[in-house]
Design a protein around this ligand. Structure first.
Ligand code: HPA
Ligand code: ZN
Length: 337
């Protein structure tokens, strides 16, 4: 079986996906049109041509501009459902997705409008495609902790629909420690917590996420490899790293896919997983991210299977659901042996 077909059919789990980063230019234009908003780009090609980044902040500027077309509950539904339809076509079986409520409430879109649209689509995706999910609220780290607390107050009445909280946006200059009181409160409220760390920020930010925020998972974590003591710590604690290969390439976290550290992470006894981050902006969804590392690093079938298993084991799915996902993976491996 050709490797592309094997990767397309491989049952997969996505643990690092910003819903707003799955907004394809075509959908952005059609939503802009129905909301009578004009985008500062001539057409879809012109917008896609703007997707050239040399660092995280260049991307974030365009990411926030793109999502500004999202206004109604239906917009958030359509965004989320389009993502799930793609994931169904790519044999993705479980997703844990981020949303950035502050990026919407600061534009005057009510918190409930965002949550209701996203959640309705997630329920439909589970019903129609069998894709199970968790929804994770990300705090924007370029804003202050008080803004985060205000957002938490808006989230608390909806805790039945929000599984966990994360920390995203501009990393350098906004260390995890800036949010230690907020994350402590979130843990007390029963949210599972995670944080982006070590994408552009130094290994110390990963230490802060672990020891200060007490995260259950590290999003990215690439730069942890610069600190041998931190590598030992992560290997021992078994924290999952939600690695995003095409994102790393597009944001120049790595220069070439041949230099991507995901195999080094495996060899160091860490638990990396493959994810897409902001697929509309970085050139690919789950299958494309697997393909990128398989081609760039000539990963073996065993290494690919290890990454897929890490996705299941590193998820926050129930033990029963994890067992089903492993069974599906095992059946697929037997069938493609
Ligand atoms: N890093 C930080 N913040 C983000 C990202 C990312 O890759 N994508 C969306 N928000
Ligand atoms: Zn991310």
């Amino acid at each position: 079986m050709p490797v592309d077909d094997f990767l397309a059919g491989l049952p997969k789990v996505e643990l690092h996906l910003h819903l707003e980063g799955s907004l394809e230019p075509e959908l952005a234009f059609s939503i802009a049109k129905r909301n009578a908003i004009s985008l500062p780009y001539a057409d879809v090609e012109d917008l896609r041509a703007a997707y050239r980044f040399t660092r995280l902040q260049d991307f974030l500027d365009i990411y926030y501009r793109g999502m500004s077309v999202l206004r109604t509950e239906q917009d958030f539904y359509d965004l989320t459902f389009a993502y799930l339809t793609r994931m169904h076509a790519q044999s993705v079986r479980h997703v844990e997705v981020f949303f950035d409520p502050q990026a919407h409430t600061h534009r005057g879109v009510p918190f409930e409008t965002v949550l209701d649209g996203v959640y309705r689509a997630l329920i439909d995706g589970e019903r129609l495609y069998g894709i199970t999910f968790h929804l994770i609220l990300c705090f924007l780290r370029h804003l202050d902790e008080e803004d985060g607390f205000a957002t938490l107050e808006q989230a608390l009445p909806h805790q039945d629909r929000i599984f966990g909280v994360g920390l995203d946006s501009s990393e350098v200059g906004h260390p995890p420690a800036k949010f230690s009181r907020l994350f402590s409160r979130c843990r007390d409220e029963g949210f599972t917590v995670m944080a982006h760390a070590g994408e552009e920020g130094p290994p110390d930010y990963v230490w802060q996420a672990l020891d200060g925020l007490q995260v259950a998972r590290i999003d990215h974590g690439n730069r942890a490899l610069e600190d041998p003591e931190l590598v030992r710590r992560l290997a021992q604690s078994g924290h999952t790293l939600t690695v995003c290969p095409l994102s790393n390439l597009r944001l120049c976290v790595v220069d070439r896919m041949e230099d991507h550290p995901i195999r080094t992470m495996l060899e160091a006894g860490l638990r990396p997983t493959v994810n897409s981050d902001d697929p509309a902006y970085f050139g690919g969804y789950m299958t494309e991210n697997y393909r990128a590392v398989v081609e760039g690093l000539a990963l073996s079938r065993e290494e690919v299977v290890r990454l897929a298993r890490n996705g299941i084991d590193g998820s926050f799915a129930s033990n029963d659901r994890k067992a089903v996902l492993h069974d599906e993976l095992n059946a697929y491996l037997a069938q493609t042996a």
